[in-house]
Design a protein around this ligand. Structure first.
Ligand code: PEP
Ligand code: MG
Length: 927
């Protein structure tokens, strides 16, 4: 009887026939609570694409592909629930799972004409992980399982290729030793290298059947030595359960745990295990294996894209040790490759794959990343999933799919992570800049970035932690490098293709990456990067351009990218849908201009103290803060007034009638005080006082906790002349803009850090007096509204009272978070990462609003404020105003607007639209 391998190799459709006979084995999509093993084979499956949580993404999609009749080797999926049970019950499976697996194995055997462990027609299987969301490369896989000293002989006979059979067996032993038995992979790699050296063999390809046979013996000895004489298991069932257990266990390995943390994947989801009949891409020159994307994952172009290797197994493609072939002739020509494309080498499989891809894409209505194997000219599909893509590709694909009628505008918006827009707005290299190109590699993930060259991932993390930017250069990356990649601004590898680990992970992270820069050689020990006669040392600045693949010595100027028509359309759809207005936090005319360019509908926060951070303005500010008396302060304020007025005029003109919220001065004073002897001497001279006297005064102003000190409205109460000067600058600027014929401006004056209505009341009276003075001086009555920044818990609780005097509220959630948690904004980094690592908090509350605490305070404030004043306008201007998850909460609370930094305005526009969609949940969703 022919082996499973043989049946499939001869006729892909043979499986279908066999499966039909086995129809009674399939309970189709009836989900049985006690069922833990779901079978699939071409034409029928017990699962479907909607069962990702239970079957994992891979298992659910394998089932779905079978349901739509695509050529998938038969197999079965052990559910994610078993993974959880396995961990909780001392690494044992629930009762009955063993029987279910045995029955499923028998079914696969019937479908392939083989039997697991059978000497003459052995069924060989792969055992792979598959989490509910894709975690590429994070967990373990075992191929060629079912081989032992007997079955390998049968494989050799059936394939008439002893070399192939022994190579498969040694690969299996090696993988099993590493993944299941937990032995160091290097033991096997070193043994192989040693063997090659001894026999003068350069490449794996030079080893003959006899050599692999000897390697098998060496590997088996290695295993026995490492395990106190316990040998490599010959019992195929022991092999299988060892592999299933290892895959479950790999859910908990450190790299998978890091990946989950970085991607917010819950710990308790678990992985499924997929056991599937093997097909071989390494069965000779008419076999191949590769990955095919239904669209180009870098650009989003609609073209069959990907790469493959002839006579290879999947792991060879990922390892990136051999340069892959292109799929199409046009891609081959464009990359000037001399390796024939799939289109010319395997024309029939290519045509079939193209048709399959089209079906998959219209079925899933999303770009797919398909793993395929060709075994002796027969095409097999091993996986499909939504393809990872760059931000520009995500945008193009979403917009194109709307135009193609595949998805709705709402779905398109839900397909694009707001955060990813950041990458579309990232700088690219200035084409006019001089570049000393060290080497060029594959343009694996776009974006241009500079940083210090590092080779080591721990070091990348350390330097990043110290606030430095680094470029991580590795020969190739592996999942162990994830923390270093995360810390780096950009990644370079000297080996590997567009689908290598580095390329895939960097794209997912949105980081620039240049992969496979073969012209570079890495000297890890010497800390050097060598390209011909050029050397770059560790710590030197390197610039990389992930769009062109260039690696450049030194820092290179960058430019902000053009906004594409697709981007404009996405923003228009978002604007049509969202309810929340989006404003920007802008402190200077330049910020205001950027804010408008990004589509801000006003300024939600102008931090007036930031207008004085310039070198030439700081002295006036210092003079004001350090003035010994009111008179001195008034003198300093007179110098500040024209500066403020000038800035406001410019900002009002730029904003052309849009609302502008100006916050009265709120400087933690220490930020402005002179530091060090030289600065003190300089300031003393400018102020005409003795340095000693000034030093004493600075000491008197010292605060134990400036963030809880003399700032915000407290300054306006102790020194009302400051608030009066600012109000005058605002009113005079508004009058001046009106006089020049500009759009009428109604400035919103915002009082920071108020806790009590009485504080507001006091400042309000001063401002009203200034308005009256300006009216009598100019003959024009300044129009303005007055509001409060809600950033203290007391203000939230007393919002009903405060709203009597305030026409608007703006949540200052940076301070509100600080005050609610009692955690200093400036010192939180010392311990909050531990909180996250120990799962005490899900997110840094300074990045994403703490829904349960701070969110609750906001709800209370909004409700009480609006109970007093029905039309109270409410916004948010803390950093959270640009964070998508926080924007969702703002929508839920019913705020009127969010305000964030200008670059985040597009992110906020999209996030606000998505918040509406999520609320209504009325999209015709597709999982
Ligand atoms: C805030 O506290 O959220 C805020 C916007 O003000 P600042 O960061 O200036 O204190
Ligand atoms: Mg604040």
């Amino acid at each position: 009887m022919p082996s499973a391998v043989f049946v499939q190799a001869k006729s892909g459709r043979g499986v279908e026939t066999a499966e039909k006979k086995d129809g009674e084995d399939f309970a189709m999509t009836v989900v049985n609570a006690a069922k833990r093993v779901y079978r699939f084979a071409q034409g029928a499956a017990e699962g479907n694409a909607g069962m990702r949580a239970l079957l994992g993404g891979k298992g659910a999609n394998l089932a779905q592909m079978c349901l739509i009749g695509l050529p998938v080797p038969p197999g079965f999926t052990v559910t994610t629930e078993v993974c959880g049970f396995y961990e909780r019950h001392d690494r044992t499976c629930p009762d009955g799972v063993g029987r279910e697996v045995e029955m499923a194995l028998e079914a696969v055997g019937r479908q392939t004409g083989a039997r697991f462990g059978d000497r003459s027609a052995p069924l060989l299987v792969s055992v792979r992980s598959g989490a509910p969301v894709s975690m590429p490369g994070m967990m373990d896989t075992i191929l060629n399982l079912g081989l032992n000293d007997e079955t390998v002989e049968s494989l050799a006979v059936h394939t008439q290729d002893r070399r192939f059979a022994y190579d498969c067996y040694r690969r299996f032993i090696q993988m099993y030793g590493d993944v299941v038995l937990g032995l160091d992979r290097a033991l096997f790699e070193d043994a192989l290298e040693h063997y090659k050296d001894r026999h003068d063999l350069a490449h794996d390809g030079d080893l003959a059947a006899q050599d692999w046979q000897e390697m098998i013996a060496i590997y088996k000895t290695t295993i026995a030595q490492q395990r106190d004489g316990k040998t490599f298991p010959q019992d195929v069932h022991e092999q299988l359960w060892g592999a299933i257990g290892a895959v479950f266990k790999s859910w908990h390995n450190p790299r998978a745990a890091t990946y989950r943390k970085l991607n917010d994947i819950p710990e308790n989801w678990g992985t499924a295990v997929n056991v599937q009949a093997m097909v071989f891409g390494n069965m000779g020159e008419r076999s191949a294996t590769g990955v095919a994307f239904t669209r180009n994952p870098s650009t989003g172009e609609k073209e069959l894209y990907g790469e493959f290797l002839v006579n290879a197994q999947g792991e060879d493609v990922v390892a990136g040790l051999r340069t892959p072939h292109n799929m199409t002739e046009s891609a081959r020509l464009a990359s000037q490759s001399d390796k024939p494309s799939l289109e010319t080498l395997f024309p029939e499989c290519f045509a079939e794959l193209r048709a399959v891809n089209e079906r998959l894409e219209s079925h899933y209505r999303d770009m797919q990343d398909v793993e395929f194997t060709i075994e002796n000219d027969t095409l097999w599909l091993l996986q499909t999933r939504s393809g990872k893509r760059t931000a520009p590709a995500a945008l193009k694909i979403a917009v194109d799919m709307v135009d193609e009628g595949l998805i709705s505008e709402r779905e398109a918006m839900m397909r694009i992570e707001p955060e990813s827009l950041d990458r579309l707005l990232h700088p690219t290299l200035d084409p006019r800049a001089e570049c000393e190109v060290v080497a060029t590699g594959l343009p694996a993930s776009p974006g241009a970035v500079s940083g210090e060259l590092v080779f080591d991932c721990d070091e990348a993390e350390k330097r990043h932690g110290a606030g430095r930017k680094v470029i991580l250069v590795r020969i190739e990356t592996s999942p162990e490098d994830i923390h270093g990649m995360h810390a780096a601004e950009g990644i370079v590898t000297t080996r590997g293709g567009m689908t290598s680990h580095a390329a895939v992970v960097a794209r997912g992270m949105g980081k620039p990456c240049v992969a496979g820069a073969g012209g570079l050689s890495v000297d890890y020990e010497g800390g050097r990067l060598i390209a011909g006669s050029l050397t770059v040392n560790k710590g030197d600045i390197l610039t990389i351009d992930g769009a062109s693949g260039r690696i450049i010595k030194g820092r290179v100027a960058t430019i902000t990218p053009e906004i594409s028509p697709d981007f404009t359309r996405l923003m228009r759809w978002s604007d049509d849908l969202r309810r929340l207005k989006v404003r920007a936090n802008a402190d200077t005319p330049a910020d205001a201009r950027a804010a408008r360019d990004f589509g801000a509908e006003g300024i939600g926060l102008c931090r007036t103290e930031h207008m004085f951070f310039h070198e030439e303005r700081i002295p006036a500010m210092r003079e004001m803060i350090l003035a010994p008396d009111r008179q001195g302060r008034v003198r300093a304020l007179e110098k500040i007034l024209p500066m403020q007025r000038g800035d406001f005029i410019e900002m009002f003109e730029i904003m052309a009638g849009l609302p502008v919220t100006i916050r009265l001065l709120d400087p933690p004073l220490h930020e402005f005080l002179p530091h060090g002897e030289a600065e003190i001497a300089q300031a003393a001279e400018a102020m005409g006082v003795e340095p000693d006297a000034l030093r004493r005064h600075i000491c008197e102003l010292h605060e134990f906790n400036p963030m809880l000190g003399h700032r915000g409205v407290r300054l306006a109460i102790t020194c009302p002349e400051i608030a009066r000067m600012q109000a005058r600058a605002i009113f005079e600027a508004a009058v001046e803009v009106g006089r020049r014929g500009g759009e009428p401006v109604i400035p919103e004056i915002m009082i920071p850090l108020a806790a009590m209505r009485a504080e507001l009341d006091y400042v309000k009276r001063h401002i009203a007096q200034v308005a009256e003075e300006v009216r009598s001086q100019t003959g024009r009555r300044p129009q303005y509204s007055l509001g409060v920044m809600i950033e203290l818990p007391r203000a939230c609780l007393r919002a009903g009272d405060i709203a009597r005097d305030a026409e608007f509220f703006s949540f200052g959630t940076n301070d509100l978070t600080q005050m609610a948690f009692g955690v200093s904004r400036d010192d939180s980094v010392r311990f909050l990462p531990d909180y996250a690592a120990k799962a005490i908090v899900d997110h840094d509350p300074f990045t994403t609003l703490d829904r349960d605490g701070v969110g609750e305070l906001m709800k209370i404030a909004a409700e009480r404020g609006r109970a007093t004043r029905k039309n109270l306008k409410i916004g948010i201007c803390g950093e959270h105003g640009g964070d998508p998850a926080s924007i969702d909460l703002c929508e839920e609370i019913g705020l009127d607007y969010v305000s964030c930094s200008p670059f985040r305005v597009p992110i906020a526009r999209l996030a606000a639209a998505r918040a509406v969609i999520a609320r209504n949940a009325d999209m015709t969703s597709h999982a």
